[in-house]
Design a protein around this ligand. Structure first.
Ligand SMILES: Cc1ncc(COP(=O)(O)O)c(C=O)c1O
Length: 394
């Protein structure tokens, strides 16, 4: 009889992937399901990237690569980040990994000891907590408040007991699930708060290129050498170039750390797929117009969602997002009088109206839901019609 190792006994699949799978299952049974659950752009990967991958395969770039990734790709990423993010990066600080998620997993495995605590401003992306728990550590949520527009406000954490075994903090801007982009001032305060407490920082910047209303992305490592020395940055092209299925991302960290992360990769998945890495060189060199046209389409959808949400203000409130492609919606006005939980709400909405959303409690905040607008305007229109029907008839 096989017995699971303790570390995976309570491990569950990603709740978002589960909701998406349930929606797919209903679809396969012939139901007309619309899912706003997955955080996945609906565009196809830009053609030059596709072509580069096919060409790489035809040219025999199908063999093992160095564990940290092709030097040519690490050079291009280092140049791109130095140029666009405002801090110096050298190729030996870059490791190519199989998606930002994998980069976070590897970084946590390299940084966290069993029994330690990792601080996570919350609501937060669903996968941080399980990935921290896989190291034998646990997370301590640092509450973010709707009244603060879900931006970090260190004054709010004054009364919180931060235990001495707290070793790191995960920062995510632009944020999933709130779509909030932290300003340079927000980050400066947050990062100095972390440095004063001797914490290392994992900065998840996967949505860095998806910005609206003139919002500007600030990289934690651009805040100065002290910040850079204690930060592992994770990013990739999954969201910006619709490459979610390609499984490619990168980490940027001090050289010694990158060496260790590369060693861990060499002893686990070896490296990211060779021709995917090759195609990523093309992705890094694409003219900005391709990205701009996708972001502009997201923005049209965001505006549409705001119009529809404003029309439902008797039932919900929301924080205006300026990045990523999510709305984090407070459903208290609807849920509390009905004594309905957000999980029940999401479940019933899927069963009754065939509309998939993610309950806020998956992100550590009850009475909320997250919707993704990385889907067509037509789908969004139908989705909001269904949501409206549900809210008005329950
Ligand atoms: C905040 C955040 N970080 C990381 C990831 C993972 O990105 P990738 O697909 O590159 O692994 C996601 C994907 O949903 C995310 O929302």
């Amino acid at each position: 009889m096989l017995k699971f190792a303790t570390r995976v006994q309570s491990l569950k699949s990603s709740s978002i992937m589960e909701i998406s799978a349930k929606a797919q299952e209903l679809k396969a049974q012939g139901f007309d399901v619309i899912s706003l659950a997955a955080g996945e752009p609906d565009f196809n990967t830009p053609e030059p990237i596709q072509k580069a991958a096919t060409q790489a395969m035809a040219e025999g770039i199908t063999r093992y690569t160095p564990a940290p990734g092709f030097l040519a790709l690490r050079e291009v990423i280092a140049e791109m980040v130095t140029r666009e993010n405002g801090y110096e990066v050298s190729p030996d600080e870059v490791t190519i990994v199989s998606g930002a998620k994998h980069g976070i997993y590897l970084a946590l495995q390299c940084l966290v000891e069993p029994g330690e605590a990792i601080l996570v401003p919350t609501p937060a992306w669903v996968s941080y907590s399980p990935m921290v728990e896989l190291t034998g550590a646990h997370i301590i949520p640092l509450p973010l408040f709707e009244e603060d527009g879900f931006r970090p406000n260190v004054d709010r954490w004054k009364g919180l007991a931060i235990p001495p075994n707290a070793k790191g903090i995960i920062i995510n801007s632009p944020n999933n699930p709130t779509g909030v982009v932290y300003t340079k001032e927000d980050l400066t305060r947050l990062v100095s708060w972390a440095i004063q407490r001797n914490l290392w920082i994992l900065s998840d910047e996967i949505y860095e290129k998806i910005l609206y209303d003139g919002a500007k992305h600030t990289s934690v490592s651009a805040l100065g050498p002290e910040a850079k020395n204690c930060t592992v940055t994770v990013s990739g092209f999954s969201k910006s170039y619709s490459m979610t299925g390609w499984r490619l991302g990168w980490t940027i960290a001090p050289k010694e750390f990158s060496k260790k992360l590369g060693a861990l990769q060499s002893q686990s998945n070896s490296h990211t797929t060779s021709f995917v890495q090759w195609a990523a060189i093309t992705a890094a060199k694409l003219p900005p117009t391709i990205l701009q046209s996708m972001v502009s389409e997201f923005d049209t959808r965001r505006q549409y969602c705001m119009k529809r949400l404003d029309g439902l203000s008797d039932y919900l409130t929301y924080t205006r997002p300026t990045g990523a492609f999510y709305f984090f919606i407070n459903m208290s006005k609807f849920l509390v009088p009905r004594k309905m939980s957000d999980v029940e709400f999401a479940k019933t909405l899927l069963e009754k109206e065939y509309l998939g959303v993610v309950p806020g409690s998956s992100f550590g905040k009850e009475n909320c839901m997250r919707i993704s607008y990385a889907t067509s305007l037509k789908n969004l229109e139908t989705a909001f019609n269904r949501l409206e029907t549900f809210l008005k008839t329950h």
